[in-house]
Each structure stands twice: as C-alpha cells, then as structure tokens.
Design a protein around this ligand. Structure first.
Ligand code: ZN
Length: 469
C-alpha cells in the first residue's frame, strides 16, 4: 500500500515549505518538494501537515463524570470520583472511544490511557479499552492504573494517627495481574502498548514499584505514574520517606529515559536536576492542575534544565474535556506569568515539538514517531488552513497554538491508515457513539459523596485550613 500527499505545507527550520510526502506500507518513505507521486494521490493544498501529538496522560473512563464534580482539590475530588464509578466494561469501551475521538480531532494520534480498572474485572476492563482503540485506530499506550494502598492513605496523616483499611488486592496479586495484561495485550505492531503505571507514591508501596521496574525491564516496556501533583502529596512524601519523592524514586530505580511522570507540580530545584539526569519525562496537564487547584508546574525550569516535557489532557473529570490543542495552548502561555524573562517563554513551534517529539520521547518511541521524518511511522495530521478559526492567513502555527482552532483537523493517519477524513472519524460510527453516551447517562442529578463527607475534616485539618471540625 502506498500513497502520496501532495502540496502539503510543513514546518522547516527557516519557516514553511510545500512538499510531497510519500508513504509506503505504514512508514514515511520520502519527503520532497519535487517528488514523483506514487500510489493514491491526496491533494493537501491549503493544508498544514504536522506530526501527530501525544495525549500523554489521561484516564478515559472519567469521561462519564465530566462536568459534575464540584470545585475540590484532588484528594477530595478523587473520593467523589471513586464513589460514583459504577462502571461496566461497555462503558469503558464507549469512554475510550470518546477519548480517542476528541484526541484525534484535536491533533493527537497517540493516547496514554492511565486506565482505571473495575475491581474483579481488571483484564476485562483492559480488553474493552483495547477493543475501542483498535477499532478506531488510534495508537494506544494503556497503563492499567494500579496501587496497593487504600484511598485514604493518599492524604498526609499529620499528627492524627489515622488508620487505613487494607487494599482490596495484595501487591503480588496486582503484579501477577500486570504480567497477564502484558502477555495478553501488549502488541505494538497492532498499535497497542502496555505501560507499567502504578498510580504514584501516594498509594503505592516500594514493593509495587519494584515489581513494576522488574516487569518493565523484562518486557522492555515504558513506565508511568503521577508525581507530586498536589501540596498534600508533597507533605505525604515527607511523612513517608523523610525526604523528596523524586529522590526516593531515583533510589529505587524507577526513573529512566522510558519513564514519564504526570504533573510534577511540586518539585524542588534538586528534584529537577534528578529528572534531567535520569532522562525522565514530565507530562504537563495544565487544565487539570488549574481545575483541581494543584498548582502551576515549573515547566520553564524543566525546559531550561533539559528535562523533556510533553502535554496531557488528564482524565475528563478534572479538565473537563479532552481537547489536546486546548491543553497545549494553556500549557504554553500559562508559564509566561511565572518568569519575567520573555526569552524563556515557550514559542508556538516549541509547543508543537513538545506535543509531538516530546510525547514520543516520553514513550521511548522517537525512532518510530514524533516528527515527519523518513523511516518513521506515518502518524500525522492535516489541518485545514481555510477553517474560519485559522483565518486570515497569518502564521499557521501561531494560530494553531495561540488561537482557538475549531474544526481545524481535516485528516488523520495513524500507522499509514487514514482514520479521519474531511473532519470526520471514518473508522467508527460517531453518531452511534453520541447516542450511546447520551442514553447511558442520566443527565443532571443531585448527588453527595459519602467518602468526601467522611474525609473532608481530616483534609482541612492536615492542610491547616480554617473551620475543620
Ligand atoms: Zn491523572
């Protein structure tokens, strides 16, 4: 199978260039202004061709609760999230499809799904997400979300001596589960990759981290986790280890060039150095950090220290959408207020590189994706430069990143296969998906989370907030 995209505008160092891009099988075989077309010819006149972005951190099943959780910090927000997560595998399938559609239509060709597992149906949960991603054709990196401590352990204890219930599954049983998941589902050739993804230091023992390191080494898989998302987690890390969580993760060997860490809001200068030395990637989720009041990650400092940074939407219940271009915009301009020296600010071209090559780097996949280069997989996106939101004709990249692009994605290819054409996903029936999402949800409801009521006063106490009882 081969095709040629003609007259496509691409980014080059000096500006823009109009080229033809040839794809043979599933890889880019040539990029040249004067290429003889072969195979099917696609005219990309008035269109911009960019490498696909990576939605480098999300939790697809949170889609069922987007827009409903009140303004709360992570520790209380997550209690409400868990109280109302009675999901079945069909819902997992549908929200994975929904997450993929929104990612594709905002420039993403890969998604990292830190997938919340239904207790007792863990492998079935993963199977449902795999089915969705393979049907729609997005490149999937699924990190089954695992932990071995119960939710209340994720909050600092302060001097309250709080006790936590045991977690529903033993550490060894969780590691056995991951081994089965890897053997059953990891299939990069078919676009499905499994990641080792303990949720983070707040809910995981060293034994769990070490088991994950061992599995990632044995099967050559990437590692993922949340890291220091909130002030409470920073306090918890001090209680747990007596020193920084980043130092601890380094000591146990979790950090590496194939480790990506979501959030990284509360790192010290010495931690940033460790992130750079170990080649670890920061996944920046600006909308989630704002929504949950987590803080502003020191992204400009990471970049100056040489730490790789990519973008994620985070789960749709803390965002409350899955628009990657929106995350890229906010995640780029947010930091201008943190540094007076505008020479450190992120330019639109740098944003695009972080979202594509930065995303690929965090998944140890720069040989295969992240840029328009001969030999790499054909994972790319055509943007319609005649879309009203990208007009008038000024600087396409400036408008794409700093503007508010709507209906700008014209076509998407993943692994050489076209899965979006004329702004529409062609591999699944999106009208049917819309109907299913509508019919399987109830609309506005008054609900109160029992777990939030239970833990709120403890949270207010340890965070030294007024009025706790
Ligand atoms: Zn997350």
């Amino acid at each position: 199978m081969s095709f040629t995209i003609q007259n496509a505008l691409i980014l080059v160092e000096s500006g823009y260039e109009t080229v033809a891009v040839q794809v043979v099988d599933n890889c880019i075989s040539a990029i040249d202004p004067n290429l003889e077309p072969s195979g099917t010819v696609i005219d990309a006149k008035d269109k911009l061709l960019l490498p696909g972005f990576v939605n480098a951190h999300t939790h697809s099943s949170e889609m069922w609760q987007r827009g409903i959780i009140p303004p709360l910090p992570l520790e209380l927000w997550i209690a409400e999230l868990y109280d109302f997560t009675p999901l079945d595998t069909e819902q997992i399938y549908l929200s994975a499809l929904g997450t993929a559609v929104e990612t594709l239509l905002s420039g993403g060709t890969s998604v990292v799904d830190h997938l919340v597992l239904i207790p007792g149906q863990e492998l079935e949960t993963i199977a449902a997400a795999v089915r969705a991603y393979q049907e729609i054709g997005i490149r999937a990196f699924i990190g089954p979300l695992i932990q071995d401590e119960s939710l209340t352990a994720g909050m600092p204890a302060g001097d309250t001596g709080i006790e936590h219930a045991a977690y529903i599954r033993s550490t060894q049983a969780t590691l056995d589960l991951m081994k089965s998941a890897i053997e059953q589902f990891h299939d990069p050739e078919k676009g499905v990759n499994i990641l080792l993804a303990p949720t983070g230091i707040q809910l995981c023992s060293d034994a769990l981290f070490q088991g994950c390191i061992e599995l990632s080494d044995r099967y050559n898989l990437c590692r993922h986790a949340h890291l220091l998302e909130t002030p409470a987690q920073k306090q918890l890390a001090k209680e747990k280890y007596g020193y920084s969580a980043v130092e601890h993760l380094k000591q146990i060997g979790y950090l590496s060039p194939r480790t990506s860490l979501a959030h990284c809001v509360w790192l010290e200068e010495s931690d940033i150095k460790i992130m750079a030395e170990t080649g670890s990637t920061v996944v920046h989720n600006p909308l989630s950090n704002l929504r949950l009041g987590s803080g502003i990650a020191p992204i400009l400092k990471y970049r100056q220290a040489g730490v790789n940074v990519s973008f994620g939407c985070d789960g749709a219940a803390s965002n409350d959408g899955q628009d990657l271009l929106e995350a890229i915009k906010i995640g780029s301009i947010l930091h201008n207020i943190t540094d007076l020296d505008y020479r450190h600010w992120i330019t639109p071209r740098q944003s695009v590189e972080m979202a594509s090559l930065g995303g690929a780097k965090g998944l140890n996949a720069t040989d295969e994706m992240g840029s328009l280069s001969v030999g790499k997989k054909a994972d790319f996106v055509l943007y319609d430069l005649t879309s009203l939101s990208l007009l008038p004709r000024t600087d396409p990249i400036g408008l794409l990143v700093l503007g508010r692009p709507t209906n700008a994605v014209d076509s998407v290819w993943v692994n050489g296969k076209q899965i979006v054409a004329e702004g529409k996903v062609t591999t699944i029936d999106v009208d049917n998906l819309r109907r299913e999402l509508f019919d399987r949800s109830e609309g506005p409801s008054k609900r109160q989370s029992p777990m939030v009521s239970e833990i709120e006063s403890h949270y207010r106490q340890v965070m030294k907030l007024p009025g706790y009882s």
